[in-house]
Write a protein that binds this ligand. Structure first.
Ligand SMILES: [Zn+2]
Length: 197
């Protein structure tokens, strides 16, 4: 059996494929905005804050119109600062998943700091949204070798961080029986690359 035949046989009821709609509600947490002088500049801050203040509501209405469920990856700092907007995402039936605290690069920070970010995210999601998220997207698209084990320990069952396929695949984690499910994104399917610049 070839790989494509194998994949085709997995779709139920004659379906030929599927798609996951995912939005990163980063707000103004881009690294350059939080860690440098850009944080002090109102135009850059509002550029990011437009997401939770205005764009989110429009996206939620659009998803309602088409009865489409989606996933929102949100830095926990955004949940703290826009709690009502983030509660509306959960209230309207969508999934919310982890995306760092302040949109950290998981490659650039230590294992201890990564653990702190995950613990802080779990606390904030529980406190403001009443949920334990199952999904995680690394803000910078990379991580350390120890990150997958840390994610499993934090109750995460899937990641959407990597680029290794156009179908989901499994990441085996040394020392753990259960693998991490990876639902990869593709740059050509990501509007950031074409719109942000
Ligand atoms: Zn992001």
């Amino acid at each position: 059996m070839t790989i494509s035949q194998q994949a085709a046989s997995l779709w139920p009821q004659g379906k030929r494929g599927c798609m996951a709609l995912a939005f990163d509600l980063d707000g103004p947490t881009g690294d350059a905005m939080l860690n440098g002088t850009l944080w002090q500049k109102a135009d850059y801050f509002t550029f990011g804050a437009y997401g939770p203040y205005r764009a989110l509501e429009r996206i939620l209405d659009l998803l309602d119109d088409h009865q489409l469920p989606a996933t929102f990856f949100i830095p926990a700092w955004v949940v703290e600062n826009w709690p009502k907007q983030c509660q509306a995402i959960v209230g309207r039936g969508h999934e919310v998943a982890y995306h760092g605290y302040r949109h950290e690069s998981f490659y650039a920070i230590s294992a201890e700091k990564q653990l702190w970010v995950m613990q802080k995210s779990r606390e904030i999601f529980w406190q403001f949204l009443g949920i334990r998220a199952e999904g995680f997207r690394t803000p910078s698209g990379d991580w350390h070798p120890e990150t997958p084990a840390m994610l499993l320990e934090a109750g995460v069952t899937y990641s959407s961080s990597m680029r290794g396929d156009d179908r989901p695949y499994l990441i085996s984690v040394p020392g753990y029986e259960r693998p991490l499910v990876e639902i990869p994104g593709r740059w050509e399917m990501d509007d950031y690359a074409s719109i942000a610049y």
